[in-house]
Design a protein around this ligand. Sequence first.
Ligand SMILES: *[C@@H]1O[C@H](CO)[C@@H](O)[C@H](O)[C@H]1NC(C)=O
Ligand SMILES: *[C@@H]1O[C@H](CO)[C@@H](O)[C@H](O)[C@H]1NC(C)=O
Ligand SMILES: *[C@@H]1O[C@H](CO)[C@@H](O)[C@H](O)[C@H]1NC(C)=O
Ligand SMILES: *[C@@H]1O[C@H](CO)[C@@H](O)[C@H](O)[C@H]1NC(C)=O
Length: 344
Amino acid sequence: MHINLLLLVSCFSFVFSDSCSNCVNSGKLWCLQNSQCGDTTLACNTSITVPLNCPSPPQYGYDDEFMRSEIMVLTTAAQNENPQLCFNNQIPTMKLYKVTTANCSTVYNDVTCVGYTAYDTKRKVISISFKGAHGQDQIKEMTDNCVKYGLESYYTVTNGMIFKCIQDSFMLIWNGGMQADLRYLKYKYPSFELWVNGHSLGSSLAWAASAWIVNIGLYKPDDMKVVVMGSMRISDYNFAAWHTQTFSYNFHILHRSDPVAHTPTFVASTNTTLFYPKTEVWYNNYMNQGDPYQVCQEADGPFCSGSVDPKATQYIDHLYYFNIDLPGWGHAGCPMNISAYAQP
Ligand SMILES: *[C@@H]1O[C@H](CO)[C@@H](O)[C@H](O)[C@H]1NC(C)=O
Ligand SMILES: *[C@@H]1O[C@H](CO)[C@@H](O)[C@H](O)[C@H]1NC(C)=O
Ligand SMILES: *[C@@H]1O[C@H](CO)[C@@H](O)[C@H](O)[C@H]1NC(C)=O
Ligand SMILES: *[C@@H]1O[C@H](CO)[C@@H](O)[C@H](O)[C@H]1NC(C)=O
């Protein structure tokens, strides 16, 4: 009885996503509101044109409490030179292994790219996290390089492409120590899961890391949890589709009007249209405990964060996640009392 029910459920979801995918794959439009397939004359409020936007729920449930109490801490800890201070205050069984700081600038002496490895024998987890951009020099150089060099494919597992500026920065951290550190931890704790996370630039580096780790066969995607916050789009359609299909535990948390979701989606230097992988989770509020959120069934378009007016974005929504000033709280070592870090 139980098995029949499962079969029935998976059958339904298969048929559902399949009719939308079949529809758009045959060059037609899928109407989200009434589940009809038609040509361009189809009267419809929201037409789906690519399979990645065909509605489908994530394979794993989204757990607000887990993101808030664990992933937020791991992500924020990258802001502190000693991430262990954050762990001591919030998740004491988590132990820092090593921080890697790479010189990822050819121009500035105040620009570094940072990532760290950590492990938790209670949770049976190894975690890697990446720090966001700090300062205008880094944002400027990164933006210039992304625009100038566009996207490339780096993988044998997909022909999908990501920004060269992101892959280059990730590789400097990876080859600058993180690879050796992660291999050591994997050797020591071979059965542990791998969590990969970051915020802002750190989230883009985390996406690059997740893909690279699978590409070189270091971890199986089913043994990984990929969770990022406030990432810009870093990839073309094929990478986004591959990343979505590959990582069954894969969430991108976006806060209200965070401008990262509203930057241009076309890169002229390599003629690439950018896409987000699934699954976006969008909080249209302060992200306080108990606040509602939307687990987005589509990847990219007028859905969830995409429903915000691009002219109405606020940079402050990029810095505050779960109603905590992420850099400020991180610098302070993630103290228990978060009220001083709440969004104004
Ligand atoms: C399209 O949007 C209009 C206005 O929001 C609404 O009244 C109508 O029911 C929608 N149509 C469908 C098919 O959802
Ligand atoms: C990084 O290297 C560049 C030269 O490639 C140099 O100008 C810059 O000062 C270095 N930055 C740091 C933080 O060492
Ligand atoms: C850019 O990409 C579009 C869509 O894939 C294609 O039709 C067009 O020919 C490309 N243009 C150049 C200059 O490569
Ligand atoms: C938490 O911090 C706020 C602001 O700094 C302070 O007013 C409050 O007394 C603190 N609460 C506790 C329980 O320490």
